[in-house]
Design a protein around this ligand. Structure first.
Ligand code: HEM
Length: 234
């Protein structure tokens, strides 16, 4: 979902101010980290299988599983979004090699969340799916987020980067920020009916920090580029 077509050490907008000698990880280290991600990211799924097999979903199994998969999709989305800031703060460029896997796991949980609604809630009735998407704003934004996630997952293989071209691919994959905003709206709207904003506020704050950081970085880069253009024009 979030592979990076750029070289491992991209010439960032603030290249002059970046740390020197970014730490590179060996192939073995990256493999180890990927194995750890597989293990950790599959834990919530294994837990669901266990709870299901032992009849511990509580009085409303559909609600339980929908909430669990939705929450893990959001958590992994936030972790995926945190990769770039973390890479820039630490200089660990190897982090970029983990981003696609994290994004795909976010999609894995979102797909379960969506399929549950489609199969159990809507009984695969496309008319009822369309009506729900049009009638309930919280479903409308969740649906929009899911469609975008599907697009990113489908274009995540390296072959797609080559087919689309780096720039187009990157522009498309920037929609991960829009996805995060849509999911927060989806969650917020869902909780608004119950006037229960405790947990969703925490996720909203995390997404706001990640987005704010990204905007700040973009703005700094733009200023640096403008400065460089002015200097070279003199
Ligand atoms: C077509 C797309 C989607 C549909 C139909 C959908 C449907 C739902 C429904 C019905 C609920 C309420 C569950 C309940 O309390 O009974 C819910 C909650 C939630 N959804 Fe979605 N959703 C969609 C997309 C997404 C996506 C893409 C994400 C995250 C990446 C997401 C994250 C969440 C979260 C975090 C909650 C709140 C969980 C909680 O109450 O603890 N949803 N969604």
């Amino acid at each position: 979902m979030a592979a990076d077509p750029r070289p491992a050490t991209p010439p960032g907008p603030a290249a002059g101010t970046r740390r020197a000698a970014p730490s590179q990880w060996s192939a073995t280290q990256v493999r180890g980290l990927k194995a750890a991600i597989w293990l950790l990211a599959l834990l919530p799924f294994a837990r669901l299988l266990y709870l299901g097999a032992t009849g511990q979903f509580g009085p409303n199994p559909l609600e339980f599983v929908t909430r669990s998969t939705g929450t893990w999709a959001l958590v992994l989305l936030c972790v995926t979004l945190a990769v770039t800031p973390l890479r820039r703060l630490t200089g660990w460029t190897g982090l970029l090699r983990l981003r696609r896997l994290l994004g795909l796991f976010a999609f894995f949980y979102a797909a379960q969340h969506f399929l549950l609604w489609l199969a159990v809630d809507r009984g695969f009735d496309l008319g009822s799916v369309g009506a729900d998407v049009l009638k309930r704003p919280f479903i409308t934004v969740g649906f929009a987020a899911f469609v975008l996630m599907l697009l990113l997952a489908a274009t995540s293989p390296h072959a797609m980067v080559r087919r689309l071209g780096g720039r187009r691919w990157q522009a498309l994959h920037r929609s991960i920020y829009a996805i995060a905003v849509l999911v927060i709206l989806h969650y917020w709207w869902h909780k608004a009916g119950k006037n229960d904003f405790g947990e969703v506020s925490i996720y909203a704050a995390v997404v706001a920090v990640l987005l704010g950081w990204r905007l700040l970085w973009w703005w700094r880069g733009r200023k640096n580029r403008q400065g460089a253009t002015t200097a070279s024009a003199r």
